[in-house]
Ligand binder design. Structure first.
Ligand SMILES: Nc1ncnc2c1ncn2[C@@H]1O[C@H](COP(=O)(O)OP(=O)(O)OP(=O)(O)O)[C@@H](O)[C@H]1O
Ligand SMILES: [Mg+2]
Length: 505
């Protein structure tokens, strides 16, 4: 038996002029968790897709158990026991949970698919691995991101793989679910699996990985032991420069209330919510899955309108019943599901960024193509959006870079209030700081920001005040300065129960 469960040797892969992989190597031992980190566009997903047989490498070889292959096809991969949890959620929305879990790996008796047995098995697996009950007849499209992720992981476990690859598995999960996920990863390692774990959350890497490979511009620039190497050092290897202060927060004098929410209710999602965002203020909003915070944010953008209560902007009561209207009033929403809702995949980077601002420009009757282009270029540079050029289709960008485009789109348009739903999810640490700096700029210019986030250090580092929701109600509002991560988590999870995950909307 080879010392390595898996070896990728000197892989290269280019797309047009982009060198996604440049002589990159990776070795993964049996019974270990191997982290893979790097900036957005460093080549992590490309490496994984070569391993998955989705891309054929230009050069290099793949070694499994001492056997070499120049590339894989899907059947070989399955036979070798390699399974993937890809960055993009790939389950069809019209499948039931049971179908999604067993698609392509159905339980058969003779020529017949054993639907009932499959359903029972699906429910058992979900309960065993996640302590979670999901009706196997529920449609994938009706599930929250977290639930879909859970289904995807469970699906990979059904075939009892020897190598398991996670490409940013924690992105859709909240803190407690991340802990569960890491627990599962550790259990699988004990069972002897070799695991590749990609994440932008270095705390997770530190908690769970035995080795870490750092990719930069398609090259493996270092392999380190995360127990012996500081996270600052790993970050420096990733970005090849020192990262400035993580949460650059400008000192802004707060003005009058911009956004006032009074006794707002939309049952059963949330009830009787009072909330204020002042001019120049960054207000945090957090809660576990099912707390109602997401639904509240949607209502504030005219989606899923509230049934009762009042929303005032600049002292004027608004009747918000469409997103179009919210945009017209000067409210911007950065949705969490950016790939699905935030960007137009087939348009170019430039088209995506100018789309939102064009509405404003044409409304005022002024079209200054030049200044729009300059603004686009400035944002592309500020956010370090890695693309072949402003004319590249957004579909071709790496996951994190697609998210940056979605953010740039809203930043290019001046709004009064910005509703940001998990703005830094999936974004590398260097670009995160840039996003935080841009958020700071928004409030310096007199906007108000409502930041929905489950990243506690981010909330504590950026916000003036933080609202905590639980089961549809605001249970606390505190100055960020009076909180730390533990107290914030305690507030959010006081009486949290597992079964609440079913309300994740
Ligand atoms: N199908 C494709 N066509 C053209 N270019 C591509 C394609 N897939 C990836 N690229 C380019 O290859 C580079 C590496 O992308 P990759 O998706 O591997 O990055 P990543 O490290 O996974 O980043 P992220 O953290 O954002 O997910 C990027 O510059 C990306 O634009
Ligand atoms: Mg990726």
């Amino acid at each position: 038996m080879s010392a390595y469960a898996l070896e990728l040797r000197n892989l290269s892969k280019h797309f047009g002029v982009t060198r996604a992989l440049d002589n990159a190597s990776l070795r993964v031992c049996h019974g270990s968790v191997h982290g893979l980190v790097g900036e957005n566009g460093a080549g992590k997903s490309t490496l994984i897709k070569v391993l998955a047989g989705i891309h054929r490498p230009d050069a290099g070889s793949l070694w499994v158990e001492g056997q070499s292959y120049s590339h894989f096809n899907p059947r070989q991969i399955a036979r070798l026991g390699i399974q993937f949890i890809h960055q993009e959620r790939l389950l069809p929305a019209s499948f039931t949970v049971g179908e999604a879990l067993f698609f392509g790996q159905e339980l058969h008796r003779g020529p017949f698919v054993q639907r009932r047995a499959q359903q029972r098995e699906a429910e058992r697996l979900l309960a065993e691995h996640f302590g979670l009950w999901l009706p196997s007849g529920a449609l994938i499209g009706e599930l929250s991101s977290a639930e879909q992720q859970v289904v995807q992981i469970t699906r990979a476990l059904i075939s009892q793989p020897r190598v398991l690859v996670f490409d940013e598995p924690s992105v859709a999960l909240v803190q407690r679910e991340v802990e569960q996920l890491l627990g599962i990863v550790k259990r699988l390692r004990e069972q002897g699996l070799a695991i590749i774990y990609i994440s932008h959350y270095l705390q997770e890497i530190e908690q769970v990985c035995d080795r870490v490979t750092v990719l930069r511009n398609g090259q493996d620039v270092a392999e380190v032991d995360p127990q012996q190497t500081s996270m600052a050092e790993i970050t420096r290897l990733m970005v090849n420069r020192e990262v400035a202060e993580m949460y650059p927060k400008p000192l802004v004098t707060l003005g009058d209330p911009l956004l006032e929410v009074k006794a707002l209710s939309r049952l059963p999602a949330y009830r009787n919510v009072d909330l204020q965002v002042r001019r120049g203020e960054i207000v945090g909003l957090t809660g576990l899955v099912g707390s109602g915070a997401k639904a509240l944010l949607k209502s504030l953008f005219g989606l899923a309108p509230a049934h009762q209560g009042e929303i005032c902007l600049n002292g004027q009561a608004l009747k918000l019943d469409s997103a179009h209207q919210a945009v017209r009033e000067g409210i911007a929403l950065l949705p969490e599901e950016r790939r699905r809702q935030g960007v137009a995949l087939d348009l170019t980077v430039q088209e995506n960024i100018t789309l939102a601002s064009l509405l404003r420009v044409t409304r005022l009757g002024l079209i200054s193509a030049d200044s729009e282009r300059r603004r686009t270029e400035a944002l592309v540079t500020d956010l370090a959006i890695k693309a072949a050029g402003p004319q590249a289709a957004v579909r071709q960008l790496s996951g994190g870079n697609q998210q940056k485009v979605a953010l740039a789109k809203w930043l290019s348009r001046q709004s009064t209030v910005y509703l940001l739903d998990e703005p830094s999810v999936g974004i590398d640490i260097g670009a995160k700081v840039e996003i935080y700096r841009l958020i700071g700029k928004l409030v310096e210019q007199g906007a108000g920001v409502l930041l929905l986030s489950s990243d506690l250090p981010e909330l504590l580092g950026l916000c003036d005040r933080i609202y905590v929701m639980h089961r549809g109600a605001i249970v606390a509002v505190r100055a960020a300065a009076d909180l730390d991560a533990d107290s914030l988590l305690a507030l959010a999870s006081a009486t949290y129960e597992q079964k609440d995950i079913r309300h994740a909307r």
